[in-house]
Write a protein that binds this ligand. Sequence first.
Ligand code: URA
Length: 259
Amino acid sequence: MRLDRFFSGQTALARKEAAALIKSGAVSVNGTVIRRPDAAVDPENDRITLRGEPVLYQKHRYILLHKPAGVITASRDRSQKTVLDLLKPEDRLPGLSPAGRLDKDTSGLLLITDDGQLTHRMLAPKTHAPKFYLAALRDPFTEETAARFRAGMMLREGDTEEPCLPAESAAIAERLAVIELHEGKYHQVRRMFAAAGNFVENLLRVQIGMLQLPPDLPAGAYLHIFHKDAESVLRKTHISDVCAFISQNYSSYWINRGK
Ligand code: URA
């Protein structure tokens, strides 16, 4: 790979800017200053530094965002703020897009990546990663609702009704429930509760597979994570472990809200 291409891929620098930086003598490869933008490098094995600081090579980018409510899950939009608008300019690298969707009013865990293969594995029907949502409800969560979710709920789609896959759910407090989905229909959690005669007042996605929303990550903030962490979206977990995680970590607003 060309050195200037390496830099424009790993940073938000345009190819021309990367070339200028290299020509200025700021870049070394394996301890030797290289001033030729077209010099060939092996990103997996060469030690590339910028002003003495190593530039780590990542084939793909993975951003764990705490999506706030009021922002749409899209890469760009003419009038509304998107999740990509929340990234600093230097982090808005080409090819990044949200892996899956959260509706505008829903907050919580959203992975943004340029790893199309991981996104595909996460969302493909055969391998669909389990997604866990914490729902603050208007009315108490009942065993009857849990049984209807478990049996596979019917949801209205225009003039017809569509079956949902069986979904596990559990109460955290009287009006606070966790629900596990293995598919992504439009506004699914809200519509499932509505079909069961309840109403979702607030919805937070807390976990996908084994990837958790860090409890201390404020809404609107994000972290860069490694491939091995991002891949944990594909690992299986049990809803009881997710409930324990929530009970231990989301004690303030969410737990009080659901009482
Ligand atoms: N279900 C919803 O209702 N909204 C989401 O954003 C995700 C699941």
